[in-house]
Write a new protein. Structure first.
Length: 317
């Protein structure tokens, strides 16, 4: 029997993760030049429009269609039996949740290749990561693949989503090279300021807000006193047997402290990433907000262990 509470919670989390697409679009468009805004917005839209059917046709089966070491299985249009997942929510609710994670992994790459990527080529990339790359890597970590069988833990996708997208972003940036005008003839870098800091900052705040669904929703559960207490009350120590994916919202308990820790991290980045040239000592808006997103990324894999460090996190606040 399905749990109505868990179903609603997972859907709400999926909607929040989907709304991250708006955050990425505003962040990337705001921190780049105005002439490329249309291209960037279209790329962010195509990540979801192309990625969703690709993930449903082949990707989900490769990720969860079996427990092989390398891939799950080949199940076009998700027609097979997925009872081995042990879900207490409808399968298609879980598919929607995983689909928005796939779209997030694809969108991460867009910013690193901004202002110098052919639109048609980017669409091909978006299809490839949703069809093959993300599903296979996700299977290794979440679908019973070789990494998971070795005890690998990634509660909310720091490796499965952010690291996969980040590695592809690094490869794409290396292949494309720097933007025209980034370096002078002597190799000295020049800043290329974004055209709308307000849009960029709003994008970061949207992403930060949606992270509560990204991390919290990974539990797929909000139906017991324990999970509600851990998510909403005090972030107390969870029992050892519940420190795993799908056993509660310990990560949201950590986020109550993690949000405070991020505040300390942002304060640190305020000084670390300031413009210390002889002409200015002002903090740089772009680098501070990039630092905020980096620290949010770092919370994803181990947030289910929050009970072990929540008190230390509180000290930092």
């Amino acid at each position: 029997m399905f749990s109505s509470v868990n179903t609603c919670w997972t859907l709400v989390a999926a909607f929040l993760v989907y709304f991250m697409q708006a955050g990425f679009a505003l962040c990337e468009a705001g921190f780049t030049r105005a002439k490329n805004t249309g291209n960037i917005l279209m790329k962010n839209m195509m990540d979801f429009c192309i990625g969703t059917p690709c993930y449903w046709i082949i990707g989900f089966g490769l990720m969860f269609g079996g427990t092989g070491a390398l891939i799950g299985g080949f199940d076009p249009f998700i027609q097979g039996d997925y009872s081995h997942l042990g879900l207490d929510i409808p399968l298609w609710v879980y598919i929607v949740f995983q689909t928005v994670f796939c779209a997030t992994a694809a969108t991460i790459v867009s910013g690193s290749m901004a202002e110098r990527t052919n639109f048609k080529a980017y669409c091909v990339y978006s299809a490839a990561i949703s069809l093959v790359v993300y599903p296979i890597c996700g299977h290794w970590m979440w679908g019973g693949g070789w990494l998971q069988s070795m005890g690998f833990h990634d509660f909310a996708g720091s490796a499965a989503v952010h690291n996969v997208g980040g590695v592809i972003a690094l490869l794409g940036a290396a292949m494309l090279g720097p933007r025209i005008g980034k370096y002078d003839k002597d190799g000295n870098p020049h800043a290329i300021p974004g055209h709308n800091l307000t849009a960029g900052a709003l994008g970061v705040f949207i992403l930060w807000f949606c992270w509560f669904g990204f991390n919290g929703g990974s539990s797929l559960s909000l139906s017991t006193d324990e999970t509600m207490t851990l998510s909403c009350a005090c972030g107390q120590h969870p029992p050892a047997e519940d420190q795993g994916r799908g056993h509660g919202l310990q990560d949201l308990g950590r986020f109550r402290g993690g949000g405070r820790r991020d505040g300390v991290d942002i304060l640190f980045s305020f000084f670390l990433f300031s413009d210390n040239s002889k002409h200015s000592s002002k903090p740089r808006s772009f680098t501070q907000r990039s630092g905020a997103l980096a620290f949010l990324d770092s919370a994803c894999p181990s947030c289910y262990l929050c009970g072990q460090d929540i008190k230390n996190t509180g000290v930092l606040s």
